[in-house]
Unconditional design. Sequence first.
Length: 659
Amino acid sequence: MERNFILKVVCETAVSKELEIRQAAFECLVSISSTYYEVLEQYMQTLFNLTANAVKTDEEPVALQAIEFWSSICDEEIEIQEVYGGADGAGSEHHHFHFIEKTLPFLVPLLLETLLKQEEDQDQDEGIWNLSMAGGTCLGLVARTVGDVIVPLAMPFVETNIVKPDWQSREAATYAFGSILEGPSIEKLSPLVHAGLNFFLDSMKDQNSHVRDTTAWALARIFEFLHSPSTPYPVVTSANLPHIMSVLLESIKDVPIVAEKVCGSIYFLAQGCEDEGSGSSSSVLSPYLPDIIAALLFSADRTDSNSSRLRASACETLNEIIRCSSIPETSNMIAQLLHTIMTRLGQTVELQVVSPDDRSKQIDIQALLCGVLQVLIQKLSASDETKSIILQAADQIMILFLQVFACRNSTVHEEAMLAIGALAYATGTEFAKYMPEFYKYLEMGLQNIKEYQVCSISVGVVGDICRALDDKVLPYCDGIMTHLLRNLSNSMLNRSVKPPMFSCLGDVALAIREHFEKYLPYTMPMLQGAAELCSRMDGGDEDLLDYGNQLRCGIFDAYSGILQGFKNSKAELMVPYAGHLLQFTEAIFKDKDRDEGVTKAAVAVMGDLADTLGANTKIFFRDCTFHKDFLGECFASNDDQLKQTATWAQGMIGRVLVS
């Protein structure tokens, strides 16, 4: 009765004379749609009529909320389909009412009409949300919700409007086609794409920049969702690739907003070719790489107005090109690119900064170039044939990073830290020679809890350095451990940093082994306190549940590192903590909200405990019989990696019990 009254009042208010009140009423309906989906069935006819009238006749702020209502319904139904495989949810508290499918013949035309409501002078900046963008976004969600059945409803609109003389119709048709590409099957879409691909490529020369912009976006969507060599319906073939590349390399010279979307097309084109080149030394894109790299570097250098987003997109695409390239076929090209990026980063340090805009541009470029260097280091160091290239350039690379750190900006600090982590992995124990100079910047990162992303990345780099240096990291461990333990006890620390910090304790312990003894009295109470906190977390809060799982993984990582580090020298030091660790593990076993990552970590720790302490744990495993059921649950899983971990742990525990 109360629900009926609330809906009645909100629906009456949605036709108020005052714009602000109508908008607020539809905002209420959006909130209701996402929170109370399961009780909306009896109201849907009324709600459809209300929202349809608002979209057709009301002012934009109200119409946007009316479209958002249907986007929210799509979100709910997509989630139900992902969790329950499209079932009606019978017997569960989630019922799938198929609201979108039932309203499809009316909803799709309504949304398609919104795509025609552009303005000649509309800003192409994606930050400005308008009716056309909202309608296209909702249309994409509808396609994801219903799949193939949207195609015959949307294609007549596309075919009719794509050839009209006014740019609004051509742009709307292109937007509609691009919007429905995620959801329907490749089998359904492939004939349409094959028939229309050349048309879209030709449309990249349309006289209107709005049409070219949307066409480049649609091409990126085609390559993202439909381009894969493994499919029986390949979109990109040896026959059409030359034409595709010719158009993209020419169109990347267009105005920045169009060039940015072209970068996206190249990004997904390269990503789709990666599988095709896996297991072989060649990729169909390899012959085009020199021109692609040159075009992306040119785009990153452009100084047009509003070119900062193009610069970021060009660098992101360059990173994907590097990741997907075939080694050793392209090794010389990638090595040359490494030196080009190093030169560019060096030039940014020398830039003359006389205004806030200059400073902002310097920071932007430095951060992007550090990101490209990280990918280059990872790519070249992953192959024995090319690892020497990184080793030879390491000194110069490190000098550049240290110069960048001196600029004291958190964004650049983050990217440089990530790249240094990759360099530490690549150089191994040789990284020790950089530590005296680098350590002060590492400390700055560990202490920077206000900008917690910097702190979190710095913690990750400590782990990289520990794995690279082993006991050569020992001279720096007092400082590292002081910062880690101090941060973990600081109530002001962002909670997302705590799980990787606990994992990092395990990295340090594994690197310095028996030398970790001095830190044990401070570390173990911290781990036990965190384990106690996990037991008190509210399982009803999804965000808190996710954080709790991350925290448990971090705690187990710490225990694993300490146990493995003490295995051959100081194993007896961990005997007093064995009982508490097994109690914590048993509590995890009883918690059905744990995710697979926690399960793997918990089982691995039981194996580490038995492996390290041996006969000292016999009494614990004999009394705590839960491990049998826990391992049995793992063996029943479909996860092969979990089964392998459980098999190993069972072997370790079995060896203890028969000792």
